[in-house]
Write a protein that binds this ligand. Structure first.
Ligand code: ADP
Ligand code: MG
Length: 603
């Protein structure tokens, strides 16, 4: 797996530029967000000013002459503030949800265009967190973080300006506390972020070990390493505890510092305020409000900046995903003629016959360091049933991958019906290929829905016939609700054998010209295997089929058996011929036969 480490580059702010195109659609909401938060901060600044007026005028001068106006205006301010706050929150929500959704959709549809190799090189977990959490963090940044920074930033700036105007000397004294606060906060902020990250990493490590402890329980027992596993688990949790306590302590310190900073600013006002602001009690109280109220926004700002910095990593990773070009791509000319997966031009597709030919093919995986195939030639005329056998790592799946054009040859050509596969679209080829893997995959939904993925227009008779052909009628009948049984996520409510039979039926409904079965019987019991074997014998009729088999007894009827070793065909022929030749196939076959005999004796 090639995966980048989440290296943090504190100097990079510029990734945010990549998000701007996604904001254009939400221009109105963005404007509402910016204006709303500006007005919100003005309201917050206004409140202490009203207090000042009330104290100075009504109490200081002892008159109530303007009280009605005062009350009305004050109410207006408060109500307006509430409305504006509501409005900007709505705008922010709209931006957050919209940007998040757009990025996710974009990532999802881009992922559909990427090649097999991308999924080989990047784990599901990695892709999942790009699509889910990166988009979420970016959405949060351009909405809530932006709202907070404008609102809180506006408040700090406004309060400073008002204080400066009203009393320059006292204002300067209070403001002097600010740089110190910012410094302290960012120091803590950094430590806290690091502590939190360490805890998160440790946590996922513990979860991973825990999962392994459960899924590998039997292996652990048979290896008698319980003590060792437990020791490492206990050690991890102890570290976790230490780090968590450390982080909690940091948070405590952080809160204390906050209080200290506000108290310090307050103390300054109390100490000098009386003298500097003379007897004006209102001004005095206003300064107290600002001095105390300013520290929280400063903290928010520091938070926002650190958010901006850490989200750069998310932006970068997501845009790397969005900028990844698929390894296997149809040329512009091909797309113009055949369309792409979103707008296929089926009317231009030729019918596919099913001749396959490897012509002087050399191949190396994009991230591999050696050639798997070198100058490989192979001719599979339509209707041939080819079996490919060989040891693990011989290159069998690689051949299947090339036939399906999941990868393209590094040199040479793969011809489909006599023409280079690259001259026609991937979709054209894929719509004529049925591909059944060792680990069958069903989608969540019912059995029927899964069968219909093979052919959305299949009738009930066709479905019944397909199930019968693969001897899956009983299997489906035994399910609680028959065809309408929910198979669960990934089909996990069914056994592998059941899933395999259903995926065969699905392949039949699709009625492909070419059928590729990659070790489709490797993970089922012998009885299911016999059923599947019978199913295979039925469904390969009238098609070109490539059957990669682990168990050699299943390929005896193939038209031609290819024995592959190190990416080369070392033997080819029918079962009887290869047995007579007493070469690699003979050795593989007899060894397997003996193994099976032994295990059936023992079992
Ligand atoms: N995605 C990949 N990237 C790099 N190397 C690969 C990849 N898949 C397979 N290989 C390598 O190619 C060789 C042939 O693998 P494969 O075709 O899967 O063998 P088989 O199916 O016969 O077991 C092996 O050496 C394997 O390590
Ligand atoms: Mg394989």
């Amino acid at each position: 797996m090639k995966q980048e480490t989440s290296k943090q580059n504190n100097l990079k702010f510029f990734g945010i530029g990549k998000v701007i195109p996604y904001l254009k659609k939400y221009r109105k909401a963005m404007l509402g967000l910016v204006l709303g938060s500006l007005v919100g901060s003005l309201v917050d600044i206004g409140v202490p000013l009203f207090q000042r007026y009330a104290l100075n005028h009504f109490i200081g001068e002892g008159t109530l002459d303007t009280i009605v106006w005062f009350v009305l205006l004050y109410l207006l301010l408060i109500c307006g503030g509430a409305l504006v706050s509501y409005y900007s929150t709505m705008c922010s929500m709209q931006v957050e949800v919209g940007v998040d959704r757009d990025l996710r959709n974009r990532a999802f549809s881009h992922l559909q265009t990427l090649s097999f190799s991308y999924y080989n090189q990047n784990s599901v977990g990695y892709i999942h967190s790009r699509v889910m959490s990166d988009t979420q963090r970016i959405g949060g940044l351009v909405s809530w973080t932006l709202l907070d920074s404008i609102w809180q930033g506006g408040y700090v700036v406004g309060a400073v300006v008002v204080m400066l105007v009203i009393n320059l000397r006292l204002a300067l004294l209070v403001i002097a506390v600010l740089p110190l606060t910012v410094l302290l906060f960012s120091l803590f902020q950094r430590k806290l972020t690091r502590a939190n990250r360490e805890i998160r990493e440790l946590n996922s490590q513990i979860t991973g070990n825990f999962n392994e402890g459960i899924t590998g329980a039997r292996t652990i027992k048979t290896l008698v390493i319980e003590k060792k596993m437990e020791r490492s688990f206990v050690a991890d949790t102890a570290t976790m505890r230490r780090k968590s306590v450390g982080a909690a302590r940091l948070r405590g310190f952080f809160a204390v510092t906050m209080n200290f900073a506000s108290s310090l600013a307050l103390a300054i006002v109390l100490w000098k305020g009386g003298v500097i602001a003379k007897t004006q009690i209102g001004t005095f109280s206003m300064f107290m409000s600002y001095a105390q109220g300013m520290m929280e926004p400063v903290r928010w700002l520091v938070d926002a900046i650190s958010d901006l910095i850490t989200t750069q990593v998310n932006i970068e990773r997501l845009s790397r995903l969005l900028e990844t070009k698929p390894d296997v791509r149809d040329s512009d000319a091909v797309i113009a003629l055949y369309g792409d997966s979103f707008e296929p031009k089926r009317e231009n597709w030729e019918a596919l016959r099913g001749d396959i030919r490897f012509e002087d093919v050399s191949f190396q995986y994009p991230d591999g360091d050696e050639k798997i195939l070198e100058h490989f030639d192979l001719d599979i005329p339509f209707g041939t049933n080819v079996a490919i056998v060989g040891e693990t790592g011989a290159g069998k799946s690689t051949l299947a991958n090339l036939i399906c054009r999941f990868y393209e040859p590094t040199e040479g050509r793969v011809l489909i019906d006599g023409r280079d596969a690259r001259e026609r679209s991937q979709l054209w080829l894929h719509s004529a290929i049925g591909y059944v893997l060792q680990t069958p995959h069903l989608f969540s939904g019912t059995v029927r829905e899964n069968l219909l993925y093979g052919n959305p227009n299949a009738t009930q008779e066709q479905i019944d016939r397909a199930l019968e052909l693969v001897s899956a009628t009983d299997v489906v009948a035994k399910l609680e609700k028959g065809l309408d049984t929910d198979v669960g996520e990934g089909g996990d409510m069914l056994s592998t054998g059941e899933k395999q039979l259903i995926s065969f039926a699905r392949a039949i409904l699709a009625d492909p010209r070419i059928l590729v079965l990659d070790e489709a019987t490797a993970s089922v019991d012998t009885i299911t295997e016999q059923k599947i074997q019978a199913a295979i014998d039925t469904i390969i009729r009238g098609r070109t089929s490539i059957v990669i088999a682990h168990r050699l007894s299943t390929v005896r009827n193939a038209d031609v058996i290819l024995v592959v070793k190190d990416g080369k065909i070392v033997e080819r022929g029918r079962h009887e011929e290869l047995m007579r030749a007493r070469g690699t196939y003979y050795r593989l076959y007899t060894r397997q036969y003996e193994d099976e005999a032994t295990s059936s004796l023992l079992g």
